[in-house]
Design a protein around this ligand. Structure first.
Ligand code: ZN
Length: 499
């Protein structure tokens, strides 16, 4: 093999070794470490980070990547990996060290200010920090943007390469036109959906039994992964043979653990299934949109379908006969899909989720393209929730202050969540042409869906650009039409035959 490329891989391996250690230490801090340990552990982690910083910034490493950038003998996926590494090295070098340090420091201060502001429902106390975060984002973009793109396009492109305002305006425009009225017509018929059994108690030990078998059912390899319990569900990977997810059991909301297990399981399988050639490059390092497409496809398109539940629902009934013995499969399926506009993005159902993202996208666009005044943002937020979701926001804690992202300078990040849904629908549409999805799911063979994703997406999907994956697998570029069509079809069927 190419000697330079071999050297590059050994740098990648060293970076992965440090990442593994940091990830395990963070996992331990989150799930197991004594509460009093955080300050000293945090200090020592800082020391370790300083040591680690030497590796990706090593001039020798930069030289190797620079030479490989002109190496025509590399395979396409190797070239792509080098291109991405060169791009991030260039951006890191363009940013003065003191600006970088100031941005980290500002992030810590504003996140603290946001926590207080949310607790006290006091946007005014957070506003100066938000203003500073916006200025800092512009400043960083000024150093790094050598593309000539307008600032918000540059920010979006940093988060999701190839996705700019032009594509996102078309996407969100379609949602505004077709999903906003669809939600209204669904809500008018919601009274016909039976939900009494959703509010009963489902003991946690039996939920645990069900969720473990569910994770196996969808194809999560528990020999190379595990499920732990934590109040916020997330996925983390030490490497492709150790991928961990968390779930949270609440005896009053039993479907929450079920769908977070499937969601995080979707993320986890992407990490487990990637090509061993890139064992040290996590799929999460590529595009967040493609990663989210895998969790959403599993959770919503497959995991909330009638055919998926046909073989599983009798098992759930057996575990909870006191709640479910008189509930039919169709009644269960309608209840787990019933859409209802709410205030909080994290709790949103499949139909309303993207509308929450649309609000954040439109506000960010106004911030960066129109210099919209920060003090007027809460009123703008509330108006958009009224227009798109049809609800009144009672206070800023349940409105503009609900998400942590902006306090940490994470602008341009939200659209990826929505793109994930649309990418998932596009992939699912192609999958349905190649395999009999419903037939396989009804037989209890969710593995058929997993294998298709593994071969078409997971294997190389952590390396290749989203546009290229979509082009190769579906034969066309990103097309949100499939997503809106899917939603209209699904939510029309949901109310059929209900009187
Ligand atoms: Zn996710």
């Amino acid at each position: 093999m190419n000697e330079n490329y071999q050297k590059f891989l050994s740098y990648q391996e060293r970076i992965a070794a440090y990442d593994m250690a940091f990830t395990l230490l963070n996992w331990d801090q989150t799930t197991a470490a004594p509460r009093g340990s955080s300050e000293t552990t945090g200090h020592l982690l800082g020391v370790l980070s300083g040591e680690f910083y030497q590796i990706p910034t090593d001039p020798e490493y930069r030289k190797i990547v620079e030479e490989l950038s002109h190496d025509e003998t590399l395979a396409p996926d190797e070239k792509e990996l080098i291109r991405k590494t060169a791009r991030s090295q260039k951006q890191m070098a363009a940013l003065p060290a003191d600006v970088y340090a100031a941005s980290i420091e500002l992030g810590n201060r504003s996140t603290h200010a946001w926590e207080e502001a949310k607790k006290n429902n006091d946007f005014a106390s957070f506003a100066p920090f938000l203003r500073d975060e916006i200025e800092m984002t512009k400043k960083i973009a000024n150093y790094q943007n050598d593309t000539g793109m307008p600032i918000y396009d540059f920010i979006l492109n940093q988060n999701e390469e190839g996705f700019t305002m032009e594509k996102l305006d078309a996407f969100f425009g379609m949602l505004r036109e077709r999903i906003v009225p669809l939600l209204k017509s669904c809500e008018a018929k919601n009274g016909k959906i039976r939900t009494d059994f959703m509010k009963k108690k489902y003991p946690v030990d039996r939920q645990r039994t069900f969720n473990e078998s569910l994770a196996k059912h969808i194809g999560f390899d528990l020999n190379r992964g595990l499920i732990a319990e934590y109040m916020h569900p997330f996925t983390t990977q030490l490497h492709l043979d150790d991928v961990r997810i968390t779930t949270y059991y609440d005896e009053n909301v039993f479907d929450s653990a079920i769908f977070s297990t499937i969601h995080e399981g979707g993320h986890a399988m992407f990490e487990q299934d990637r090509d061993r050639k890139y064992a040290f490059v996590p799929a999460a390092a590529n595009s967040m949109g493609i990663h989210e497409s895998q969790s959403r496809l599993n959770e919503n398109m497959m995991g909330r379908s009638l055919s998926f539940w046909k073989p599983l629902y009798p098992k759930l009934q057996e575990l909870f006969p006191e709640n479910l013995s008189d509930v039919t499969l169709e009644e269960f399926w309608r209840a787990i899909n019933r859409p209802q506009a709410g205030l909080i993005r994290c709790d949103a159902d499949e139909l309303t989720y993207c509308l929450h993202i649309m609000v954040r996208y439109e506000i960010e666009k106004k911030i960066f393209m129109e210099d919209y005044p920060v003090e007027k943002l809460p009123a703008l937020w509330n108006q958009m929730y009224k227009d798109y979701l049809g609800i009144d926001v009672p206070d800023d804690a349940h409105g503009i202050l609900q998400d942590v992202h902006w306090s940490d300078g994470l602008f341009g990040y939200f659209p990826s969540y929505a793109l994930g849904n649309a990418i998932a629908a596009q992939l699912y549409h192609t999958m349905a042409k190649e395999i009999d999805i419903d037939g396989e799911l009804e037989k209890g063979n969710a593995e058929a869906v997993h294998q298709w994703l593994c071969e078409k997406v997971h294997h190389k999907g952590g390396i290749m650009p989203v546009g290229e994956i979509l082009q190769k697998v579906t034969g066309e570029d990103f097309n949100p039409q499939y997503y809106v069509d899917y939603m209209e079809k699904k939510f029309t069927a949901l109310y059929e035959g209900l009187e």
